[in-house]
Design a protein around this ligand. Structure first.
Ligand code: TYM
Length: 382
C-alpha cells in the first residue's frame, strides 16, 4: 500500500497521487518551459492543446531536436504500445502528439507493438492473445491519421529478425544490476523480461539522427539506459517528451488502467456504455446535495470529468474557463458537467470508429508496403 502523498511510477505500475514536479527531479528530466514551447510554436506554426495545457510537462533534449531540425540534420519519431488488450483514451495521448510532430515536421515515425513484452510480463496473457491485440491496437493507432509513407508499425515477434543483431549489442552493454536498479527486477523475474529492455531501446537507433520519443513519463527509465550507451555505438542520446497520466474515471490518483474496466473509457465503448460509465463512476468534486453544491460550489481540481475536459475533450480555452467558473461557483452541477463530457467523448469516438474501419484497408501499408515499411523490412539494424 502507498501511504498518503507517496507515489510509484514504473513502466508497469502507477500508484498514488503523482507529483510531477518531484518526478522531474527524481528522473533528472527538464520541465517543458515557456521559452522552449514558444520556440517550438515558432517553428511548428501552432501549438497543440497537449503542449498548451501542460499535458506534456517534461522533456529530454527537445531543444537539441529543434536545433537539428533547424540546421537540416533532421530527427525521427518513435513511440509504442504494449498490446495487453483494448486501448483506452489515455493510451492515445502520446500517439496524437507523435502524429502532430509528424505532420508539422514531415518526419518518419516508428511505432513498436510489444507483443513479446506483454506476453512475458503477465502470466495470464498468451502469445496468441497479445498478437491478436497487436492487430486491433494497430487499427486504433492508424485511425489517428499517421502518414502511411512515413510511418512504420512493427510487431516485435514478427520484426525481430531485423532488430536482433542490434538488440544483442545493446544487451551486452547493459548488466543485470542496472536493469534491476532501474526497473526493480527481482530474482523471480523471468529472464525474458530482463532481456526485454534491449528490444525497446533498439528503435531509438533506427536512423542515424536524433530520436524524439513522445510517451508518458512511465517509459522514461528505458531512455535513461539508452542515453548511457547510445554514444558508444555512434548514435544519439534519445530525446523525449513526457505526458502526464490521464486520471482513472474513479478518482484523481493513479492512472487509467486497461485492466480495471471501471477506471477506463475504451476506444470501442459505445455511446450508451460511455454514458453509463461516466454517470456511475466518474469521481466528482461536487457536494453531497444540490443545496450544498449551490452554496459551496464544486472542486474542478479533483473532479475527473473536469480533468478529462482539461486534458483534451474541451480544446477551447474560453469555454473551459467558463465551465470551470460555473462549476466552482456552484452554478453548474456535477450531472451537467458529466453531460458535457459524455457528449464530447461520444463525438470523438464516433469519428474514431469510422477511421478505425478505414484503417483495416491501410494496415498493410504501415507494416509492409508503404515506403518506410519497405525500406525497414529490407534492412537489418546493426
Ligand atoms: P503501454 O501500452 O502501457 O502504453 C502506451 C502509451 O500510453 C502511455 N500511457 C498513458 N498515457 C496517458 N495516460 C495514461 N493513463 C496512460 N497509460 C499509458 C504510455 O506511457 C505509452 O506511451 N512498453 C510500452 C510500449 C512501447 C513504447 C515504446 C511506449 C514500446 N516502445 C516507445 C512508448 C515509447 C508499453 O507497454 O506501453
Amino acid at each position: 500500500m502507498v501511504k498518503k502523498d507517496e507515489f510509484t511510477v514504473t513502466p508497469w505500475e502507477v500508484k498514488g497521487k503523482v507529483d510531477y514536479d518531484k518526478l522531474i527531479k527524481k528522473f533528472g528530466t527538464s520541465p517543458l518551459d515557456e521559452d522552449l514551447l514558444k520556440r517550438l510554436e515558432g517553428i511548428a506554426g501552432s501549438m497543440h492543446i497537449f503542449l498548451r495545457r501542460g499535458v506534456f510537462f517534461s522533456h529530454r533534449d527537445l531543444n537539441l531536436v529543434l536545433d537539428d531540425y533547424e540546421n537540416g540534420r533532421g530527427f525521427f519519431l518513435y513511440t509504442g504500445r504494449g498490446p495487453s488488450g483494448p486501448m483506452h483514451i489515455g493510451h492515445i495521448i502520446p500517439f496524437i502528439m507523435t502524429r502532430w510532430f509528424q505532420e508539422k515536421f514531415g518526419v518518419n515515425a516508428y511505432i513498436e507493438l510489444t507483443d513479446d513484452e506483454k506476453f512475458l510480463n503477465d502470466e495470464k496473457i498468451s502469445l496468441d492473445y497479445s498478437r491478436k491485440w497487436s492487430y486491433e491496437n494497430a487499427l486504433d493507432i492508424i485511425a489517428l491519421g499517421f502518414d502511411p509513407d512515413r510511418t512504420f508499425i512493427f510487431q516485435d515477434t514478427e520484426y525481430i529478425r531485423n532488430i536482433y543483431p542490434m538488440a544483442i549489442k545493446v544487451a551486452k552493454r547493459v548488466n543485470f544490476s542496472t536493469v534491476r536498479a532501474v526497473f526493480g527486477f527481482r530474482n523471480e523475474t523471468n529472464i525474458g523480461m530482463i532481456f526485454y529492455p534491449a528490444i525497446q531501446i533498439v528503435p531509438t537507433f533506427f536512423e542515424k539522427k536524433r530520436c524524439l520519443i513522445p510517451a508518458a513519463i512511465d517509459q522514461d527509465p528505458y531512455w535513461r539506459i539508452q542515453r548511457d550507451i547510445a554514444e558508444g555505438f555512434g548514435y544519439f542520446k534519445a530525446a523525449a517528451i513526457h505526458n502526464r497520466f490521464l486520471p482513472p474515471l474513479t478518482g484523481p490518483e493513479g492512472k487509467m488502467s486497461a485492466s480495471i474496466p471501471e477506471t477506463a473509457i475504451y476506444l470501442h465503448d459505445d455511446e450508451e456504455t460511455v454514458r453509463k460509465k461516466i454517470m456511475k463512476y466518474a469521481f466528482s468534486g461536487g457536494q453531497a446535495t444540490v443545496e450544498l453544491h449551490r452554496k459551496l460550489g464544486g472542486n474542478p481540481d479533483v473532479d475527473v470529468s473536469f480533468q478529462w475536459l482539461w486534458y483534451f475533450f474541451e480544446p477551447d480555452d474560453n469555454r473551459l474557463k467558463s465551465i470551470e467558473d460555473d462549476y466552482r461557483s456552484g452554478r453548474m452541477l456535477t450531472g451537467e458537467l458529466k453531460e458535457i463530457l459524455i457528449e464530447r467523448i461520444n463525438e470523438f469516438l464516433e469519428i474514431h470508429r469510422a477511421e478505425r474501419e478505414n484503417a483495416k484497408k491501410k494496415i498493410k501499408e504501415f507494416k509492409e508496403s508503404g515506403r518506410l515499411a519497405q525500406e525497414m523490412n529490407a534492412k537489418i539494424i546493426e
